[in-house]
Write a protein that binds this ligand. Sequence first.
Ligand code: PHB
Length: 604
Amino acid sequence: MPAETTLDAPEPADSPAVPAEAVTPLIRGVTVLRRLTEAGGTLSASGLERATGLARSTVDRIASTLARMEYVRLDGRDVVLAPRLMELGNAYLAALRLPALLDARADALADELDESVSLAVGDRDGIRFIHQATRRRAMSLSFRIGDLLPAERTAPGPLFATEWTQEDWRAWRARRAADPEDRGFPAVPPREHTEKDEEFGQRAARAREDGWALDDQLIEPGLVAVSVPVRDPRSGRIACVASVVSHTSRHTAADLRDTLLPRLRGAVTDMERELREAPEAEAEAGAAPSGLAAWTGASKQELGREFIESLARGLTVLTAFGEGRAELTLTEVAKATGLARATARRALLTYEHLGLVAPSSRRTFVLTPRVLSLGFPPLSRTSLPRIAGPHLADLAARVQESASLAVLTASGEEVQVTARAAARRVMSVDIRVGTRLPAAATSLGRVLLAGAGETGALEVGEVRARGADGRDSGALEARARGTDGRDTGALEARARGTDGRDTGALEEARAHGADARDSGALGEARARGYALVDEEWEEGLRSIAVPVRDRTGKVVAAANVALHAARRTAEECVLDVLPELTATAARIEADLGVAGRFTRVPLV
Ligand code: PHB
C-alpha cells in the first residue's frame, strides 16, 4: 500500500504516520502524479478524484499547478502526463550514474545476443528497471524504465535479497500476506501460483552461492531471464543487476544458463571495470536559486488559488539532485533551490515519508529509485510525433494554419509526415500523417536535407540557438535554467515566442526579403535556419519549415506551417509565422531533450 494513500484511506497497520511537519499539498501532488502514472499517463479530472480520494477543487488546483510546471497537460477534461516530468526521474538516474556508465554496454550485449537486456536496481522488496534494451518477440509483456516488479517473481530479485536485512525480509513477508495477488505491482499480471515464502529464501541462498539467478516463467508463461549482479567496486555491494530476457520459443531457462550466461558474465565484468575506472562525476548545477522564487511568485500572481506554491517549490527539491550531486545536505538543497532552509527541510521530510528521498551518511539525503514512479514508465515509451503533437496543435491554433512534423525517408528523396495538426478551416492543405512528399521540393525536405548535410560538428547557428558551447550535458541545461529557475528551452521559447523578433534567422530573412526561392536552397536553409517554399511544388501552396534537433544538435525532424498562398505573403510567413514556428520547434526540442536523456525516443 503506497504510503501517501494514508491521507485519504485507512492506514495499514505498519505504515508510518504522516509527520506533523509534512507538506500536505506536496503529498497530494505526488499522489496525483502516481495515480496518473499507474493509469498509463491519462485520467479525467473525475477519474483522478476517484483514484486519489481528493476533492474535485483540490484535484483541479493540483492539475493547474502541474500544468504550469509543464509536468502535465490539460486536454479537455483529461489530465495527461507531459515529457517534462521526466526531469524528476532524470535527476535520480543522473545522480545514480549507472545509466550513463552502463547503458551502452547493455545495448551492445543486446545487439550481440539479439535478446533483450535490462538493468534493474533493488527497490525495497521489489526491483525497478533503470534501463531496457528491448528485443521483444512473442511476448505480451515488456517492461519499461521505472516499472516495479515484486522481487520474488524475477531473476534479479533473489540476488538483491542476498543483501536484505531481517527487517527487509519481514517487510517482504508482510507485503506478500497483505497483497496476495500483487495488485501493488501494476506492471505485472496478478500472481497465480503461490510459491511458499521459504522457497524464495532458498532461491536467494542459491543465488548467493551461484552469483547468478534464473526466472523460469515466474511473471508470465514463456518469459525467461538470467541475471548477474554488477557490483560497486568501492563497497562490493550490488549496484544493479543485468539480465538477459528471452522467450521459451527461443530459449528454455536452462538454455539461457548454459549458452547466454557466460556472455552475460563477460559483459558484467566489463561493466564493473567501467565503474572502477570512471572518473568522479562532475557536478551539474542544480535549479537556480533566485529564479525559482520569482517564477513561483509570478505564477501565483497570475493563477491565484489555482497555483499551489508549496507544491511547485516542493517538487523543485527533487531537481536539486543530479550528476555529481547524488548526496546533498539540507544546506545544499536549500542553496540549489533557493528555498528557505525550513521550507527545504519540510519538503525533504515529506519526501522521506513518501519514500522518495532517503537519509544517507553524514547528514545527507539521496533520491530513491521510487522517484521513477513519478511518470517515468509511461513517458519513457513516448515518440517524437507524440511529443510534438500538442505543440503542433498549439501552433496551428495560434497561426490558424496547418502544422506538420516530418522526417527524411531512408532514400533521402522523400519526407514522411509523422505528426500533423490541421487548422480549423474548410480549406486546409490536404496532408495527413504518413503522407510522403518529394524532399527537394518541400520546405520540410529542404530543412532535413540541409540538416543531413551538416558535418558532425555543431554549426554556428545551432551553437547560438543552444546558448552555449553545444555540449550535450546536464550542465548545459542547467545553464539555460540560470535566469528563471525553470530550466527550459520551452521557457526560452516562450520568451522568444512573444516577440520572436530577436532571432538571427528573422534578421536574415528580413535582409533577404522573400527571395529564398531557388539558388542554393539547401545552403540557404542551413544558413538561415529555415526554408520557405513559395508555390514551387504546387501552385498556391506556400510553406515554411524549421529543423528540430535532438540533444546532440543533430537535425532529426522538421516542423512546418503550410498555407494557401492567398492567405499570407512570403514576407508575412517570415514575419508572423516563423517566430511561432521557431518557438514551437524549441518547445519540441526541450521536451525531446528531457525525454531523450536516458531513453531512446523513436523518431516515427
Ligand atoms: C526484463 O528485463 O524485462 C526482465 C528481467 C528479469 C526478469 C523478468 C523480466 O526476471
